[in-house]
Design a protein around this ligand. Structure first.
Ligand code: AHG
Ligand code: MN
Ligand code: MN
Length: 337
């Protein structure tokens, strides 16, 4: 790293050279993502002073109360990304169907799926939030349909998130490892601060919403019971638990020091006709790519997340991701039934 620090743009260009790939379009695309994240970071930081707290008074397609900032974040991203001529379409948690690029702009060959504001219930309490994004290719030149977004996560060409917390950080992968950039507000740039993020194979920390314990299925119940039994139980050591209430916050902690993140299938979700809580295309897939690129694992309990062939834009999946040894252990419990 130079004395001044490596900017996101420099990093993408240098990585392109190292991989012998031409990265012009891609660099511009990621710059637009970064601009959108900087705009959101400012709004999150100003909070009530920018009038962004509270509910929007409407529900999204998934029946969730939208926060004002969910709606604003969606608009900020679309406005920052649609003009470039690089995207063919945009899909978002906050939009029923995908957003076609307006005819006044050229149509490109990338598709963006994103969660504009993850952990939005944290916004009113000044907790950590984030934006998650996933980029795939649009293979033909016609206007995309929702179905074109439904590609397995293994086809992502780039994935990442921006964490809005004590510092704002952009964490990305283009399939060659994971790098983290911290926003330096004095120059308005994301500067490379975490060049090669790796998740330790082992951990003594897990993350799950324990208020759902009575609904858990036997594998997760066994896993958590054994962790909580600590040094006196079969694991022979004490475990710690953390739950940020924002997948970005939890995944960032796991990328930083290891851990296991769980939003598994449970009886309550099943009774509501849901196949999980988190959405495949813009939550589970991008985080799974980051996790695997950092040496961790990401699974539903029965299949690798990146192998799932999506069947709808807002499909939900169970999520088990983090330190490889712990993911494997829980998969083992699923096999045992
Ligand atoms: P979103 O705010 O985008 O709807 O996502 C919230 C998600 C995820 O970030 C988090 O891990 C989980 O929902 C929190 O769920 P609980 O409210 O059950 O804790
Ligand atoms: Mn989310
Ligand atoms: Mn969201």
């Amino acid at each position: 790293m130079s004395q001044l620090g490596t900017t996101l743009t420099q990093y993408i260009i240098e990585q392109g050279r190292a991989q012998n790939e031409s990265r012009g379009a891609f660099t511009a695309l990621l710059n637009d993502v970064a601009t959108a994240c900087k705009r959101l970071s400012n709004l999150v930081r100003l909070g009530e002073l920018a009038g962004v707290l509270g509910t929007a008074g409407q529900e999204n397609v998934q029946g969730e109360q939208q926060k004002k900032l969910d709606v604003i974040a969606n608009e900020v991203f679309i406005e920052s990304m649609q003009h470039s001529g690089l995207l063919a379409g945009i899909a978002s948690e906050e939009m029923d169907a995908h957003y076609p690029i307006p005819e006044r702009y050229p149509r490109g060959d990338y598709l963006l799926a994103f969660d504009p504001l993850d952990g939005s219930s944290n916004i009113d309490v000044n907790g950590s939030t984030g934006t998650i994004f996933s980029i795939t290719r649009h293979v033909d030149s016609s206007a995309p349909s929702d179905i074109d977004f439904q590609q397995p996560g293994s086809r992502q060409v780039c994935a990442g998130y921006c964490l809005y917390s004590s510092a704002s950080m952009l964490v990305i992968t283009t399939g060659h490892g994971v790098a983290g950039f911290t926003l330096d507000n004095s120059v308005g740039e994301f500067i490379l601060s975490h060049p090669q993020i790796k998740v330790p194979r082992q951990t003594s920390e897990y993350a799950i919403n324990a208020s759902n314990a009575r609904h858990w299925l036997p594998p997760e119940k066994r896993y958590v019971d054994e962790c909580n039994a600590g040094a006196d139980g079969p694991r022979g050591r004490d475990f710690n638990m953390r739950w940020a209430g924002s997948m970005v916050g939890d995944v960032h902690r796991i990328l930083s020091r290891g851990g296991l993140f769980l939003y598994p299938m449970d009886a309550k979700l099943a009774a509501a006709g849901k196949h999980g809580k988190l959405r495949l295309l813009y939550e589970a897939n991008p985080m799974a790519m980051l996790m695997e690129q950092a040496g961790g694992k990401a699974h539903t309990g029965t299949e690798r997340i990146l192998d799932i062939a999506p069947s709808s834009l807002h499909q939900r999946v169970p999520v088990i991701m983090g330190s490889a040894d712990e993911v494997e252990r829980l998969i083992g419990y699923h096999h045992e039934g």
